[in-house]
Design a protein around this ligand. Sequence first.
Ligand code: UDP
Ligand code: GLC
Ligand code: MN
Length: 395
Amino acid sequence: MSKCAWVTLTTNDAYSLGAMVLAHSLKRVGTVHDLVVMITPTVSEAMRSRLREVFNLVQEVNVLDSKDATNLAILARPELGITFTKLHAWKLVQYEKCVFLDSDTLVIQNCDELMEREELSAAPEVCWPDCFNSGVFVYRPNEATFTSIIEFAAKNGSFDGGDQGILNSYFSQWAHTDITKHLPYTYNTAAFAVYSYLPAFKEFKNKIKILHFAGKVKPWLLNFNSETKQASIPPMFTHCGDFIQLWWNIFCDNVHQRLSDQMLPHADYFLQEEAGLAGALAQVRLGEPRSSEQEAYEASMRRQCWESGNIDYTGKDSFDNIWKKIQETLEMKPEAPAKSADDDNDKSSVTPPEIEIKATAQKLIASNVTTPKPARSTNKPTPQPPARQKSKKSK
Ligand code: UDP
Ligand code: GLC
Ligand code: MN
């Protein structure tokens, strides 16, 4: 067979965690094809050497960014302009046929047969099935196609500000010409979008070949207990809890021991103030009782989860725990002021401040029981790891 490859992309050390797990998931199912990762200069040297251990080719590419703030805002994913960088995949001309996989995908079953499909084959986008999702697609590397897509992008822009918009416009015949280019949904099943058709997820779960953690919630941003090696599964993701755990099992078995604290902070908008996720995970000892330093690192990781919207509703961040904390804080009475002789005579009905605060808090909670949107820089819910504490930067 001609030379084929699985190709992924990572622009930072956090997405590289996804790329590493993805590569091991492909090896786990015994693929016969090469593994290629495209990286940008923002991936740390420490991470590059780890990637080289598992990928056949680590190809540095320059960042292509749509800088299309307007359409990215409609998509509600301001960070995805740089997914234009994916287009470099067409320049891997040493391969005849490739399958591009987002680094937030996980290969569950061998799917080497995908290399027999033609350009451009992809599965429907779950939210708009006349478009394909560009997290998994079969293509033929070709310099002329690369140039042509770039020229098309320069002229027409991308309707979602990312690669998916441009690729759907460029390969617009995908929707209605050749059904063989429509991959079954099991080659790109959206992990977190199935709540709308959960019965189908249950019915066809054992046929899923590639799972895609599309959306802001990524497995590496979920709470994870290093001692038990169990990921904490948010209630709305229980249908795919075993796949999230599989991601973490692969991470624990194949990736964790190779991490280093030299790994860089995530350049992403919601993690930039924090220690690097990969670096923080490197500090954590798996399967051992947690030391106070590890507790602090995990607290920092938990804060990253909270700030990226992955709140551990059923665990540490449960309503009951937050409420308990509020109660404890309110019950910490301020020092009593020195008593004056007049105090005993003052019978006016002034409500003590702690009771007033409690009543206000109760009213607020009663009127707003939905998820609170956490403030970014105030009232830190958890302590910071001592070694990595930094002054806050403004964005
Ligand atoms: N990506 C990256 N760095 C980023 C954002 C995205 O390397 O900061 C790459 C990565 O391969 C990722 C893909 O671009 O899987 C598409 O982004 P994402 O998967 O977050 O988009 P979604 O599938 O959630 O829409
Ligand atoms: C999509 C795809 C992702 C793509 C992004 C930007 O949701 O899942 O692969 O990079 O949108 O177009
Ligand atoms: Mn994705």
